[in-house]
Design a binder for this molecule. Structure first.
Ligand code: CA
Ligand code: CA
Ligand code: CA
Length: 228
């Protein structure tokens, strides 16, 4: 068992089944999948995963405020009433926020990220990610590889902002209201609008046409079009 002191400790168990206890202070704990117990204790504590095996980690139960996953497929959940920072790192990770505002980063791999309650920031990173804002006013950053067009990127309840990155030029129809976003910004919007030579509006449903072979998109929300 490795146990920290009252100050800010760096605790690394290395190989083997370790118990890593941060105690008081702002601790950095380096764990792997073989470890049997990890506790941050009081203070702002950070856990980093090493090795190729994924871990399943409950930040609230471990009194840990920030979690960095490793190469493997990690499962990390905030679970509690304090906001958390979770970064899945490589691998296909499953990340779930707390009941408060969270900062959730998928990293490489095909990740599933859920914000839960309150105002969360979600970023899928590379890979085909599923991003669910949940309740609260969320900011969700997605790219063309994510589930934007298959209903796997949703804002949930609240006023949610979708930030689209990437440079996929494929023509698609995208309905913000259907995936519960109230506003959208990013390269998707700029690209679609950049080639527009004329706009045709009808009540409740707006259609934006492009010229010169550029993509056409349809949005049904007045707010969404204004945001683009
Ligand atoms: Ca990972
Ligand atoms: Ca949350
Ligand atoms: Ca990812």
């Amino acid at each position: 068992m490795l146990k920290g002191q009252d100050g800010d400790d760096v605790i690394s168990g290395g190989l083997g089944a370790d118990r890593l206890l941060g105690e008081r202070g702002d601790d950095l704990i380096v764990m792997d999948a073989a470890d049997t117990e990890v506790k941050g204790g009081l203070g702002y504590d950070i856990v980093m995963v090493e090795g190729t095996a994924g871990v399943s980690f409950n930040l609230a139960a471990a009194a840990v405020e920030a979690f960095y996953g490793g190469e493997g497929n990690d499962t990390a959940t905030g679970a509690g009433v304090l906001g958390v920072y979770i970064n899945g790192g490589d691998g296909n990770d499953s990340l779930t926020g707390s009941a408060e505002g969270d900062f959730l980063i998928g990293g490489d791999g095909n990740d599933t990220v859920s914000g839960g309650d309150e105002d969360d920031y979600l970023h899928g990173g590379d890979g085909a990610d599923s991003l669910y804002g949940g309740n609260g006013d969320d900011v969700v950053v997605a790219d063309d590889d994510d589930g934007l067009f298959t209903g796997k990127v949703t804002g949930g309840a609240g006023y949610d902002i979708l930030v689209v990155t990437g440079d996929d030029a494929t023509a698609r129809t995208f309905d913000l209201a259907a995936v519960q976003f109230e506003a959208a910004v990013g390269s998707l919007c700029r690209r679609r609008l950049a080639g527009s030579s004329r706009r045709r509006y009808t009540t409740g449903r707006r259609q934006l046409r492009s010229s010169g072979g550029l993509p056409t998109t349809t949005v049904r929300s007045r707010a969404a079009l204004a945001a683009c």
